[in-house]
Design a protein around this ligand. Sequence first.
Ligand code: BTN
Length: 335
Amino acid sequence: MPSASPNSPPEWVILRELLENESGFVSGSRLAAKLGVSRVAVWQQMEKLRAQGFAFKAVRSRGYQLAGRPTTLNAALIAAHLASRARGLQIVCLNEVDSTNDEAARLLATGRTAPFVVLARRQTRGRGRLGRVWHSPDNGNLYISFAFRPRLTPERMQMFTLWMGVNVCELVANFCGAQPGLKWPNDLLFDGRKAGGMLTEARIDADQIRDLVFGLGLNVNSPANAWPGDLARRAISLSEHVGTPLDLNRFTAALIGRVLLAYERFIDGDYLTVFAELWQRYDVLRGKPIAVLEGSERHAGTALGIGEEGSLLIRDERGRTHRFRAGEVTLEKEK
Ligand code: BTN
C-alpha cells in the first residue's frame, strides 16, 4: 500500500462528502478535486476508514456510496456530523480510559489548546459527584469531557453546570422528541430514573479559573437488562425511554455543537434570560416535597427553585426559606 501522503485530507472530510450525498454516489475524481488531493490519497483514507468499520459501495463510472458505518463511537464520523461552527475542534476518542475528566485534565496540564473534547467507549474509574462511581462499561453510552480555559472568576462560574444541564436537556428533547427533567444540581432524569449526570471540575489560580473540565455521562443506548444491581431500578437510557436505539455518533456531534454554543453564551454573559426560561421547563423539583442531605444533616421542605447564584431554595414546614449550595436531593412522597 502506498504510504500516507502528508497532504491527505482528514478522513472526516471524505465522510462528510459521502454523508451529504447519502442517497447517491460521489465519484473518486470529484472527491479528489473537492478535497484538493490525488485519487490515491482519497483511496488511502478510505482504506483507513474501512479498517474502522466503514463500508463503501463502489460502482464503476458512478463512484462511492457510504454502505455501512460503525455504531460505536467514532471520531471521524462525529467530526463529519459536526455543524460548521464546531469543525476543527480536537476530538480525542479512546477505547478505554480511567476517566475522561482525568484525561482532559492531564491534557490541559500539558498545555494543549482548548477547547477540546475527550470521549471514551468505556471508563475504568468513571467518577460522579460526592466521590461516587460512575458505572461505565462499553455498552453504547456516552462518557465525554469538554476542556475549557475560561479565565473568569470562580463566582462567575457558579451557574455553569446548571446552564449546561438545561442545554443538554434541550438537546436531548430536540434530538429524541422526549422531555427529560433536570434534578438540581446535576442529574438528568426520565420518569424519576437517572439518564445522565454532570461533573464540572476546575483548577483555580489566585482568583481566576485556570482551566475547567465539564464531564457528562449519558446513558444513550444501553439495554434495559444491562444494569447491575439496584441500578436497574434507578437508571434508564435514552433508547430505553424512546423505544429505539439512537445514532450515537450523530447524537454526540449534536451534543458537542450544543455544549460549545452554550459555553460561548456563558462566557459572553448573555444567557440569563434563556436560562430562566429553560430552567422553568426542565426543573423537576419546583413545588415538590423534597429532602436535602447535607453531610449528615437532613432538611425537608418544598422546593422553591434556585437563587441567583444557583443554590437550591426550599421552604420548611414553618415557612422558613433555606438555601443549599451542595447536597443530595431526594424527592419525597406527596402528602
Ligand atoms: C454524577 O451524576 O454524579 C456525575 C456523573 C458524571 C460522569 C461523567 S462520565 C464522563 C466524565 N468522566 C468521569 O469520570 N465522570 C464524568
